[in-house]
Design a protein around this ligand. Structure first.
Ligand code: NDP
Length: 453
């Protein structure tokens, strides 16, 4: 089986040169699935693995728009429609200058397994652009979103492909995108999730990824008869996922002591309480400022600018019990992973997608800590997006309490699937194998049922 994995990966590398993040994500999944392919030769002969790594469709397009100075700008837009075996493509849109085909393929690939784990009928996709909303006026963001959707609207729809937000795409961007879709198609449908509450959005959708990541951590802790009460937590990022992670940590009696953005991080030994969290939300969602301002407002907190030349991020080098990486991919390298372990961290619940490098993941697994990989731990966001789709189809909104209960149930069910699959395939406590296998089986069986398509 080791040979099979090696041959498979070298072919994939030859076919997708330079797509580093995609190959990284595939390697991890394929290693987990070797255990399944050994027991199920039928998946091998049906070439399920070879098919699942190939997107069903990749759409790449020009996005021209005009800035406030009257100058023409050109960005590149993408939508990766990865797998629709169990439902319409679903996954976020990312607007960030680092966006390229390899990053979006990694995200779309992860999304297939994540969406399957949620128990909801949703396939996997991802999209976005190398557009940077930072420093742009609302009007510029609107013109960009309108141009982006003018092309994207040919490829998406409530039964085909339903995008949502991701890095750089929040409520403001979803609003502009939805407005343009509605205008061109002349239909008011659930084509996007993460919509405003007064026009089809679901309660708890903004909170869902962060809340879900903390529910997942709490579930992992129950396996050791512990709770989140009194736990000190390191959180990275200060966007959507980080904000609601901090809120749920507070709800469950824990204390978050860090928060960051791409310029640096804050260490607040006293903990980020609700008033400070409200400050962060206003700073990031309304003023669109930098996290440094937190230390100016609360002088006991320490701001440290990010120094890429250091080779590690000091945010991960503080005494704590739990870590919630909630910024971006590969933000925890080997050194950071070792620092986390040295500082006593024994619960890691990934709000971000693939925030830990493969070497870091190996350290966590070997150490036997409670390590919840992103495709399981951050599935709460897409799960509530799935619930938003259900409410849109029924044209009937659920209460906050109803959605939160369903989110909590889904996170518990994902946890159970991970634990059971890890056990069944001989690697108890390994949530990485559990998530990859649990996510795979449902999609693979659907692909087998649907023939060679
Ligand atoms: P936001 O854009 O709201 O926030 C992103 C945060 O991460 C910001 O603080 C940003 O800092 C920081 N960040 C982004 N890129 C980098 C980078 N290259 N280096 C350092 N910091 C960076 O995004 P979200 O909170 O929505 O997403 C965060 C993570 O969670 C991503 O990995 C995303 O894929 C994942 N995720 C999101 C879901 C959702 O529902 N939104 C669902 C599941 C996963 P700055 O402002 O300086 O750029």
């Amino acid at each position: 089986m080791v040979d099979y994995v090696n041959i498979f990966m070298s072919r994939l590398q030859a076919k997708n040169p330079g797509e580093t993040e995609f190959l990284q994500a595939a390697q991890e999944v394929v290693e987990s699935l070797a255990l399944v392919l050994e027991r199920h030769p039928e998946y091998r002969s049906a070439k399920i693995l070879e098919r699942i790594v190939e997107p069903e469709r990749v759409i790449m397009f020009r996005v021209p728009w005009m800035d406030d100075q009257g100058e023409i700008q050109v960005n590149r837009g993408f939508r990766i429609e990865m797998n629709s075996a169990i439902g319409p493509y679903k996954g976020g849109l990312r607007f960030h200058p680092s966006v390229n085909l390899g990053i979006l393929k990694f995200l779309a690939f992860e999304q297939v397994f994540k969406n399957s784990l949620t128990t909801l009928p949703i396939g996997g996709g991802k999209g976005g652009s190398d557009f940077d909303p930072k420093g742009k006026s609302d009007n510029e963001v609107m013109r960009f979103c309108q141009s982006f959707m003018t092309e994207l609207c040919r490829h998406v729809g409530p039964d085909t492909d339903v995008p949502a937000g991701d890095i750089g795409v929040g409520g403001r961007e979803i609003g502009f995108l939805f407005g343009q879709y509605k205008r061109i198609r002349n239909e008011f449908t659930g084509v996007l999730t993460g919509k405003g509450l007064n026009w089809g959005g679901s309660l708890i959708r903004p909170e869902a990824t962060g809340y879900g990541a903390v529910y997942f951590a709490a579930e992992m802790l129950t396996t050791r008869n512990e709770t989140m009460e009194g736990k000190t937590c390191l959180v990275s990022g200060s966007g959507n996922v980080a904000q609601y992670t901090i809120e749920k940590v507070l709800d469950l009696g824990g204390k978050a002591v860090t928060v960051s953005d791409s310029n640096g991080y804050i260490y607040d030994e006293e903990g980020i309480d609700r008033e400070k969290l409200a400050f962060i939300m206003n700073l990031k969602n309304v003023k669109r400022g930098r996290i440094k301002a937190y230390a100016e407002k609360y002088p006991k907190a320490v701001y440290t600018p990010l120094d890429q030349s250091q080779g590690s991020n000091p945010l991960w080098n503080h005494k704590a019990d739990c870590a919630f990486p909630s910024a971006t991919q590969n933000e925890i390298n080997t050194k950071d992973a070792q620092n986390l372990l040295n500082n006593g961290v024994y619960v890691i619940s990934e709000g971000a997608n693939m925030p830990t490098t493969p070497e870091g993941v190996k350290l966590f697994i070997d150490a036997g800590i409670l390590y919840g990989p992103g495709k399981a731990a951050n599935a709460g966001g897409v799960a509530v997006s799935g619930l938003e789709m259900a409410q849109n189809s029924m044209r009937l909104p659920w209460t906050r309490d109803e959605v939160d209960k369903r989110l909590n149930l889904i996170m518990r069910s994902i946890h159970t699937t991970c634990v059971e699959c890890a056990d069944r395939f001989g690697t108890p406590g390994n949530y990485v194998n559990g998530a990859n296998i649990g996510g795979f089986l449902k999609v693979a069986d659907a692909m087998m049922d649907q023939g060679l398509v």
